[in-house]
Design a protein around this ligand. Sequence first.
Ligand code: PMP
Length: 303
Amino acid sequence: MKIYAQYVWLDGRITKWEEAKVHVLTHALHYGTSIFEGIRAYWNGENLYVFRLDDHVARMFYSAKILGIKMPYSQGEVRNAVLEVLRANSFKEDVYIRPVAYVSTPTVTLDVRSLDVSVAVVAFPFGKYLPPDGIRAAIVTWRRVHNTMLPVMAKIGGIYVNSVLALVEARSRGYDEALLLDANGYVVEGSGENVFVVRRGKMYTPPVHSSILEGITRDAIITLADDLKIPVAEKPVTREEVYTADEVFLVGTAAEVTPVVEVDGRAIGDGRPGPITTRLRELYARVVRGGVEKYLHWLTPTY
Ligand code: PMP
């Protein structure tokens, strides 16, 4: 699917897609000094609902703080920029939204403190990121970076080289997605998703500790599991617990709730999406389109 939209929000202005360009000496291009978000907005036939917009904007500002760059706009301005670019494009379908702030000064210094930061919000029509009916995952040799080396809680462009290497390793071995171990050998994340396992009716997910992103979908799924009276514990997850799980699923803005039906050549459960995964996937799909009254506060209407 070709990614395209008519308009991009760039440094305070609605700009034509073709004109939203950067210089080749842009700092972030050389050193990975960008921070970004991935947000989805869902069209339900009447309106376009942005899912957990304020939480994504808040995380973007945490990322900037951790990297040590100064955002040239307020959280309210970035929030408005998201809505502005959606309206400018008059989208009436599901879209993915990518706000990004990047060190834009053309220079080779590493001291980012006084350098310029540009902000863009790109949004484009988007369908499924991973096959929704169940994927095959491989535990890859690359380890998830530890937060004593890079701040994994921040969505910093450069950190995603870790995810790129992991995904390419999994794909080149014939799998759909990577599962990464942390420095201690616990299973912590997909290349762009948080992970849950189900064993004997209980859900487990790695704690926000040293090697995971504090996912917004992860938070939503923990909340929804609570509503469904499914017990959830945040605890380290071992490789053997994944192999012997009844169900495994990945969650993320792009991946939504994606069942994992095979890991390293071993079928998970009976090799089909399990009942808890399916219930959560269906509930999540209703919530994001405004089908559940209790969670309307997670949605921001565009129009
Ligand atoms: N982990 C990583 C490494 C990610 O890139 C993402 C996607 N942002 C997630 C987890 C899931 O986070 P969220 O649910 O906030 O999209």
